[in-house]
Design a protein around this ligand. Structure first.
Ligand code: SF4
Length: 309
């Protein structure tokens, strides 16, 4: 009880600690809990964004590197100009045959497919002279009609395996070839891939890459060589050379390298870059003991000189 004041009025006593604490606690209990601010989750940038950042950085830190490499390689080996080589379905099957095999063996296997399953009788004066493809590791193929695809697709697997045996890994490749032909046929245009001509590059690449056993590289090869679609196939040579020079990050795998090149190159540079880098890898920048002494891009190669610009 508050002490009585001389004037008879009750004095207002200072509220005790307990008295003040209680309403506060009650208020706190009654008040709706304020949600803790949501933690901002860092979303991982897409591979395309990562590749664009790399391309921007590369141009800032090592300006003109891409053009330098293309120009120097063109000085020594000529500037490759796109020209069609095979029909797209032949290109697809030939590329499947090259997987983990030398090009020279793949072309023997492709020739065997043409011989065993001819789509047309061979005309009398048909030239059997091989036509060389720029960047290709074999001797080339004669310009002959493609194999009879329905016959290839329906051939018994042991028979088809035997036919393509010279290409290597025939047990894996025979079913892969038939699956690819089935997917092409299901595309609705017979065994033709012409419907991919003129499609946006990535859409066309995704269509092909959705076929089991077909990756970005094979899809890009088919589209670049058949239609001139601006895509950059990255095989082991392109990957090794570009990684050594420092065109792509040292830890980028071949699959990621596709994104880096798409971000780095102008569409009209892609065919040239693919053919020039693959040829350079075959002739000079070997996997074992690269011939840096005679390399036209050595002064800007990070493998040759660690701090090369
Ligand atoms: S300098 Fe050597 S490692 Fe570099 S691209 Fe040339 S051959 Fe390859």
């Amino acid at each position: 009880m508050s002490p009585a004041r001389p004037d008879g009025a009750r004095s207002k006593a200072a509220p005790t600690k307990a008295a003040t604490a209680r309403p506060k606690a009650a208020a706190a209990k009654a008040a709706p809990k304020r949600a803790a601010p949501a933690k901002r989750r860092r979303t991982k940038p897409s591979p395309e964004v990562v590749a664009r950042r790399w391309a921007t950085q590369l141009e800032r830190k090592r300006p003109g590197l891409v053009q330098f490499v293309l120009d120097r390689l063109a000085e020594t080996s000529g500037r490759p100009v796109w020209q069609p080589r095979l029909d797209p379905t032949s290109e697809l099957i030939l590329t499947i045959l090259t997987a983990n095999s030398a090009d020279v063996n793949a072309e023997v296997a492709f020739g065997a497919l043409r011989d065993r399953y001819p789509s047309a009788p061979r005309s009398e004066g048909a030239s059997l002279e091989p036509r060389y493809f720029p960047g290709w590791g074999g001797v080339g193929l004669p310009e002959l009609p493609p194999p009879d695809w329905p016959a290839v697709e329906s051939a018994p697997i042991p028979e088809l395996t035997d036919v393509i045996r010279p290409g290597g890994l025939a047990n894996q490749k025979a079913p892969r070839i038939q699956a690819a032909l089935a997917a092409v046929r299901a595309g609705g245009d017979g065994y033709s891939l012409e419907f991919l001509r003129g499609k946006p590059p990535l859409e066309a690449r995704d269509w092909l890459a959705a076929i089991p056993g077909i990756g970005k590289k094979t899809a890009s090869v088919v589209l670049l060589f058949s239609f001139g679609t601006p895509l950059m196939p990255v095989d082991r040579h392109v990957h090794r050379v570009s990684s050594r020079i420092g065109l792509i990050p040292p830890d980028a795998d071949a699959d990621q390298a596709h994104d880096y090149f798409l971000a780095m190159l102008r569409p009209e540079q892609m065919y040239e870059a693919h053919v020039s880098l693959i040829s350079h890898g075959r002739r000079t920048c070997h996997a074992q003991r690269p011939d840096c002494e005679h390399c036209p891009v050595a002064m800007r190669c990070r493998y040759f000189k660690r701090d090369a610009q």
